[in-house]
Design a protein around this ligand. Structure first.
Ligand code: SF4
Length: 390
């Protein structure tokens, strides 16, 4: 996850004081953030669902006792954050028991939902459960969202959920996945976020693979991505300058880091080197390192985009053991610093910031997890890459 607001707030602070507020490092890093797909069933069948969920029960899901055993291991492994997800997590009958146990164990507990099941009564339960954060997916306004979600009225229901939760003091964020079909919705969604008082905007890049030999400056998807990122940076910058606590974050494309540096060079060039250091400390893509996924059957994956790659089952080995096992070739490669990427990623001037980006895109388009990420929207010139085939 790329935290735009965090860096831009630091720049605003630096502009005010004349000193960049580099945070102090404390001890060894904690375990990974765990995104936990507790249930695969969903009341919607969205176009871009990675879980390919449907509205029926799935066999072989972890039961409550198994979830508790995993949770104990996660705590001992110093996992700080659990994001409870699905499918639609609210369809899991014991979701609130799981959440209550996680809260009692002092995890930061997030809920990732489509929002359509949150009426006033459900909002009461969510508020009482004291989730630290609830992310609600919105792909556009009204009919656009309904088309994506393949359900008429889905937008109204999700928006009502945002309002119910806001009224009860729950921290709410909007989650938006940009595709060619809803790229024009971003300004309206950013406005909606402000109008509704939502505290966070999560922009998810589509796991776009593109074609092999692309002219990145002309590819429509990349042009739209760059425009979207500039809109997000502008919004986050304006909020940071106004002292707003609203947060803007992105996911699934770590080229956002170098692109922010380029953007910053036009706005606050004095602080570019400080921000570069901060981004290098962040290190870019976190799959297999600082973010992990457990699916509904207890299979561990390097992140949610790697559902086709199984690292092991928590029914057979504890998560902590599976996660630390670098005899598994993919995990060894993801944990290697720097990652042994090649092609334009290997020669890229920003590898230490971006970390080689989303390896699953490289693997799915070429069969080689260490090839260039075809979803990188920076031009060859911007990454200092000189193609041998001019
Ligand atoms: S070329 Fe690769 S390493 Fe460089 S910014 Fe793009 S995705 Fe990241």
């Amino acid at each position: 996850m790329f935290r735009i607001s965090q860096y831009l707030r630091e720049v605003v602070e630096a502009e005010r004081t004349g000193v960049y507020p580099h945070p102090k490092r404390h001890g060894s890093p904690p375990g990974p953030v765990v995104i936990w797909n507790l249930v695969r069933r969903c009341n919607l069948t969205c176009k871009h669902c990675y879980a390919l969920s449907a509205d029926h029960d799935y066999p072989n899901e972890l039961n409550y006792a198994e979830v508790c055993t995993v949770m104990d291991d996660l705590k001992a492994f110093r996992v700080p954050v659990l994001i409870l997800s699905g499918g639609e997590p609210l369809l899991r009958a014991d979701l609130f028991d799981i959440a209550a146990r996680a809260k009692a164990m002092n995890f930061y507990v997030g809920l990732s939902t489509n929002g359509t099941l949150i009426d006033a009564a459900m909002a009461d339960r969510i508020a009482a459960a004291d989730f630290n954060y609830v992310g609600i997916s919105l792909d556009g306004i009204a009919a656009v969202h309904d088309r994506f979600r393949r359900k008429e009225g889905a937008f109204d229901a999700s928006l009502a959920a945002v309002r119910h939760l806001q009224q009860r003091g729950v921290k709410v964020g909007l989650r938006y996945t940009m595709t060619a079909m809803n790229a024009d919705q971003l300004p309206a969604l950013l406005r909606l976020m402000k109008d509704e008082g939502a505290q966070k905007f999560y922009f998810s890049h589509l796991n776009y693979a593109g074609r092999g030999n692309i002219h990145r400056a002309k590819d429509a998807h990349f042009v739209a991505t760059r425009e979207a990122m500039e809109q997000l940076f502008d919004a986050a910058w304006a909020d940071a300058q106004a002292g707003s606590e609203r947060e803007y974050v992105t996911g699934n494309n770590d080229a956002d880091g170098p692109f922010l540096l380029q953007w910053l060079a036009q706005r606050a060039p004095r602080w570019v080197e400080d921000v570069r250091q901060r981004l290098q400390a962040w290190g870019g893509n976190a799959s297999g390192l600082y973010v992990a996924n457990i699916d509904n059957e207890g299979i561990v994956h390097p992140d949610t985009m790697w559902w086709h790659h199984k690292l092991g089952s928590v029914r057979e080995r504890p998560f902590s053991e599976i996660w630390s096992d670098t005899t598994e070739p993919l995990m060894a490669g993801l944990k290697q610093q720097p990652r042994a990427v090649h092609g334009r990623c290997g020669d890229c001037a920003h590898l230490s910031i971006c970390g080689g980006n989303t390896r699953v895109r490289a693997q799915q388009t070429t069969g080689d997890a260490w090839a260039s990420d075809p979803g990188c929207y920076l031009t060859d010139e911007e990454i200092g890459f000189v193609s041998e085939v001019a």
